[in-house]
Write a protein that binds this ligand. Structure first.
Ligand SMILES: C[S@@+](CC[C@H](N)C(=O)[O-])C[C@H]1O[C@@H](n2cnc3c(N)ncnc32)[C@H](O)[C@@H]1O
Length: 271
């Protein structure tokens, strides 16, 4: 069955949201990649790279003797990534269109394959992990970060915040996707043939303007939510405006989705 596809905006319409997302997550991703073993000279693939934010971080770490290849299914995302790479004068990063199930990248060629916040948008995440595994050299590292929307919270608690996440989770499940996949990632790694993965959980708490991430996401999902008959235009617009208000309220703290960080080596003898 073909995938239902990505529900949020791509290209210019989604780039600012991904920038906020990256501003929040980059320190955690950087720490994870270092802990997993990212080092100068590595050949790396970033699957579902979006506008390239993590690809650029990785490119700066692998240096001139290393390289990064970002893959995304959306040309609109890749156009932004390519122009950003040019602005940043990065010669060791390239971007190519492809599906996570069939990237078109050469097999057994990468020291590290990475993906962040992409598997939750897929109908068959295990198949994507098997493709990623095939890209790794023997002993190469797979590093993933994936969200669990069910763990998001607002402090002080706010009904509209919970409703917003329930809607997004419902939207994913109506499309055969899973916005709570983070908790299943250990299991999924095992099913994809990774032995004894390393794992940790992180949960960023967000203040000030970064809290707009949530109403922006809801706005991008608005039409898909209506199409899925999970809401109507009147209700969803009211929720979006209440979420904006909640984000602009200096006294609220947003605990955004908990993230599973997981990494493992490709061990050929166990396959
Ligand atoms: C939430 S964005 C994350 C982007 C990036 N990894 C980051 O953390 O900034 C998810 C990305 O996955 C891409 N995507 C969705 N389904 C895909 C698929 N089947 N194959 C490759 N990319 C896909 C989308 O186009 C989007 O750019």
């Amino acid at each position: 069955m073909p995938d239902k596809g990505y529900t949020l905006a791509t290209g210019d319409s989604g780039a600012y949201r991904l920038q906020i997302l990256n501003a929040i997550h980059q320190p955690y991703s950087e720490f994870l990649l270092k802990r997993a073993g990212l080092s100068p000279g590595m050949q790396v693939a970033d699957i579902g790279c979006g506008t390239g934010n993590v690809s650029f971080l990785i490119a700066s770490k692998v240096g001139i003797n290393g390289s990064v290849c970002g893959v995304d299914i959306s040309e609109a995302q890749l156009d932004i990534a390519r122009s950003q790479a040019k602005n940043l004068n990065l010669d060791n990063v390239t971007f190519t269109e492809g599906s996570a199930y069939d990237t078109g990248l050469p097999k057994e060629s990468f020291d590290l394959v990475y993906c962040r916040f992409m598997l939750i948008h897929l109908n068959r995440p295990i198949e994507a992990l098997i493709e990623m595994k095939s890209l790794l050299k023997p002993g190469g590292l797979l590093v993933c970060e994936e969200a669990d929307f069910s763990k998001a919270f607002c402090q002080p608690s706010a009904k509209v915040y919970d409703i917003c996440y329930e809607m997004l989770i419902g939207l994913a499940s109506s499309r055969g996707q899973n916005f709570c996949l983070g908790i299943e990632l250990y299991d999924i790694f095992n099913h994809a043939g990774f032995v004894n993965p390393e794992i940790s959980f992180i949960q960023p708490v967000v203040t000030r303007e970064n809290k707009r991430l949530i109403d922006m996401s809801l706005m991008e999902a608005r039409n898909a939510l209506i199409e899925a008959q999970l809401t109507d235009s009147h209700e969803v617009d009211k929720i979006i405006s209440q979420m904006t208000e909640l984000a602009l309220d200096n006294t609220t703290l947003f605990g955004i989705p908990r993230v599973t960080q997981i990494w493992s080596r490709r061990v050929m003898s166990k396959e």
